[in-house]
Design a protein around this ligand. Structure first.
Ligand code: CA
Length: 227
């Protein structure tokens, strides 16, 4: 899952980023409203954490403008403002949830999980293709009811593929959703992680059709070919 954090207090922004990365999220930071708005409109995020009091463009305006453009990425407003009217305003402009500072990191995580359980297509929180299941809330993966242990990156990669079932995703799309915007990830790193994933979710089940497909020249997809 790829998250944009728009927060002008560098210390808070950095600590949120660090905490979320430990939880397997890929995180980009923006320190001003304009920067946040630009990133949110040009990149594809799964969630935006948005401060309200921001230089250049305030959070409510960022939220309003994104929604008016048809951008429906879930937005969690994070702010020191505690007045009821600000919360109502935030939700009225199209934010999905609200958390006031100071907040506990555990509560932030719980809210992110709740928002990510509202996927834009599927209703189920468990992602599945054929007999492969991934649960984003407890980080468990299984195939044929056998539990499979994955590294943090393998998990994030499989989650991204399963959120796009049957769709070809390019290495660039994978890099931007699973790694960070600004991290130096080589396409080769994606190949290595795909190979490791195959060794865990396809190879041990050799009697079943493989779920991860390579689409030469385009990328990868996860699909149930046993129709
Ligand atoms: Ca602020």
């Amino acid at each position: 899952m790829r998250i944009l954090v728009v927060e002008d207090e560098h210390r808070i922004a950095q600590s949120i980023k660090k905490g979320l990365e430990l939880e397997h999220f890929a995180v980009d930071l923006a320190y001003t409203g304009i920067e946040g708005y630009d990133l949110a409109s040009s990149e594809d995020y799964d969630l935006i954490i948005l401060d309200l009091m921001l230089p250049q463009m305030d959070g409510l305006t960022v939220c309003k403008q994104l929604r008016s453009q048809g951008n429906h990425t879930p937005i969690l407003i994070l702010t020191a403002k505690t007045q009821i009217s600000d919360k109502v305003n935030g939700l009225d402009t199209g934010a999905d949830d609200y958390l006031t500072k100071p907040f506990s990191f555990d509560e932030l995580l719980a809210r992110i999980r709740a928002l990510s359980r509202r996927p834009r297509k599927a209703l189920d929180s468990v992602l599945a293709v054929a007999d492969l299941k991934l649960n984003p809330t407890d980080f468990s993966v299984s195939r044929q009811n056998q539990s499979i242990s994955l590294s943090a990156k393998e998990f994030a990669l499989l989650e991204y593929l399963l959120r796009n079932p049957g769709k070809i995703v390019s290495k660039d799309q994978i890099i931007s959703h699973v790694w960070n915007y600004d991290s130096d990830v080589l396409p080769n790193t994606v190949e290595v992680n795909i190979r490791n994933l195959r060794n865990k979710i396809d190879r041990p089940f050799s009697k079943l059709p493989p779920l991860i497909q390579t689409v030469r020249g385009f990328g990868y997809k996860v699909e149930d070919n046993h129709v």
